[in-house]
Write a protein that binds this ligand. Structure first.
Ligand code: GDP
Ligand code: IMO
Ligand code: MG
Length: 432
């Protein structure tokens, strides 16, 4: 069997690396685009034809109508949010019909998950995770816990009303235990059932066994593109736990989330910003909580796509990116938002850490160690030229090329694409 092209796009930092832009670009060479983890905590931006689109659950391949978009079983699905997204796209003349398929195995975000998310983030004491408050963690917790979970496929079964009626009293107790006031516990089983039955009716044309579909697709040589959400440093198992999301957001999540064995993936594209950002709590060794960070935030418009929170900004961390590139099996890098760094007189890149006076090259597994590391920086000269109109590597300022080459060398992977602006056109295809 010849595997034509099964590509995975994965963020190598703490999310928002501009995965949406690259997925949209690469969609041209693929038949199927798959979201396989995360949920409406994701906010992927695609800029096409001068129009900007924000996607949370719908795969970024939706703008090419011949492409089959799939939301696989590893995703946690907020039906109201998905329907809003479908309506928003349709109203802007982006067709969404049979070209969007949703797994009946996807777990459903229910009203109690939002309350749990909000109450828990306050309860933790110490530094909050600072979640997106989209119910993601609580929904994944119920998936793993099993007894209180709802899958999309359940919503079409006769027992769905009873399932909700059974879960609601348990959730009332849980919410009370988390400190919710009686007023806050507004769960009405009948109302929730009716509301979710309504969502189920509207989503019915899209619902399918996507595992079966994808296994058929790989076996019939369809070209598949997996669209990672979040970034590898937010991976539940391999990221900066507990300041992570609740799914496997590094490359390792593809097979569990989609049902397609990892051995079918022929290419992994690792997406990095030319610097680093993070939203929410947790250590961030190269953070620049100063005028440099503010400059990057202003130039890069670094405010959350989902929550509009200002993103924390800092220098490129090659220790972290090397770790996540290896973890995700990355073949080639895309370096994004390079234009944001134009005009800074000099740039710093973190090449190693110092932990308790010892130089280390690995990414610490415990968050307390990561908190204590001191970045070792290499200083590179900045460039002052505007680069947003550059389309060929050889037309980049020498110092910008040297900066990208240094990132590639430190991460240990070649650079295949360089992005100099949000638009599809603002992309340089480098030789990798
Ligand atoms: P994602 O979640 O990884 O898809 O990334 P987001 O959409 O949350 O954030 C990336 C932001 O950067 C979006 O607003 C993009 O439109 C924008 N963007 C993408 N590539 C570039 C680039 O090369 N330069 C600049 N200035 N902005 C970019
Ligand atoms: P995309 O796909 C950046 C962060 C949150 C928080 C932590 C846990 O657009 O790159 P959660 O709501 O998932 O329980 O929050 O993870 N986070 C993201 N940060 N980009 C994202 O998605 C993110 N999704 C979650 O800010 O720190
Ligand atoms: Mg985003």
């Amino acid at each position: 069997m010849l595997i034509v092209s099964v590509t995975c796009v994965v963020g190598l930092q703490w999310g928002d690396e501009a995965k949406g832009k690259i997925v949209d670009l690469l969609t041209e060479g693929h038949d199927v685009v798959v979201r396989y983890q995360g949920g409406s905590n994701a906010g992927h931006t695609v800029v096409a034809g001068g129009q900007s689109y924000k996607l949370s659950l719908v795969p970024s391949g939706i703008f090419r109508s011949q492409v089959q978009c799939v939301v696989a079983g590893g995703v946690v699905l907020n039906p109201a949010s998905l329907l809003d997204e479908i309506d928003g796209l349709t109203s802007r003349n982006v067709p969404v019909g049979k070209n969007l398929m949703i797994s009946d195995r996807a777990h459903v975000v229910c009203p109690w998950h939002f309350d749990e998310d909000r109450l828990l983030d306050k309860l933790t004491g110490g530094e909050a995770i600072g979640t997106t408050l989209r119910g993601i963690g609580p929904c994944y917790r119920d998936k793993v816990g099993r007894s209180l979970a709802v899958r999309l496929g359940d919503m079409y079964r006769e027992g769905f009303r009873d399932q909700i009626a059974r879960i609601v009293p348990a959730k009332r107790q849980i919410l009370a235990g988390l400190g919710a006031t009686p007023d806050e516990i507004r769960l009405d089983a009948d109302e929730i059932y009716e509301q979710y039955r309504g969502y189920a009716d509207r989503l019915a044309p899209h619902v399918a066994d996507t595992t079966a579909y994808l296994l058929d697709a790989v076996e019939s040589d369809k070209r598949i593109l997996f669209e990672g959400a979040q970034g590898a440093l937010l991976d539940i198992d391999h990221g900066t736990f507990p300041f992570v999301t609740s799914s496997n957001s590094s490359g390792v999540g593809v097979s569990s989330g989609s049902g397609v064995p990892g051995r079918y993936v022929t290419k992994v594209v690792g997406i990095v910003k030319a610097y680093t950002t993070r939203v929410g709590g947790g250590p961030f060794p190269t953070e620049q909580d100063n005028e440099i960070g503010q400059h990057i935030r202003d130039q890069g418009n670094e405010y959350g796509t989902v929550t509009r929170r200002p993103r924390r900004c800092g220098w490129f961390d090659a220790v972290a990116a090397r770790y996540t590139a290896r973890l995700s099996g990355v073949d080639v890098l895309s370096v994004m938002l390079l234009d944001v760094l134009s005009q800074l007189p000099e740039l710093q890149v973190c090449t190693a850490y110092e932990l308790d006076g010892q130089r280390i090259n690995h990414f610490p597994s415990h968050v307390d160690d990561l908190r204590r590391v001191v970045p070792v920086y290499e200083t590179l000269p900045g460039w002052q030229e505007e680069i947003t109109a550059v389309r060929r590597v050889e037309d980049l300022p020498k110092k910008a090329r040297a900066y990208v080459d240094r990132i590639a060398a430190l991460v240990g992977r070649p650079v295949g694409m360089i992005s100099v602006g949000p638009d599809r056109e603002q992309t340089i295809f480098a030789e990798a």
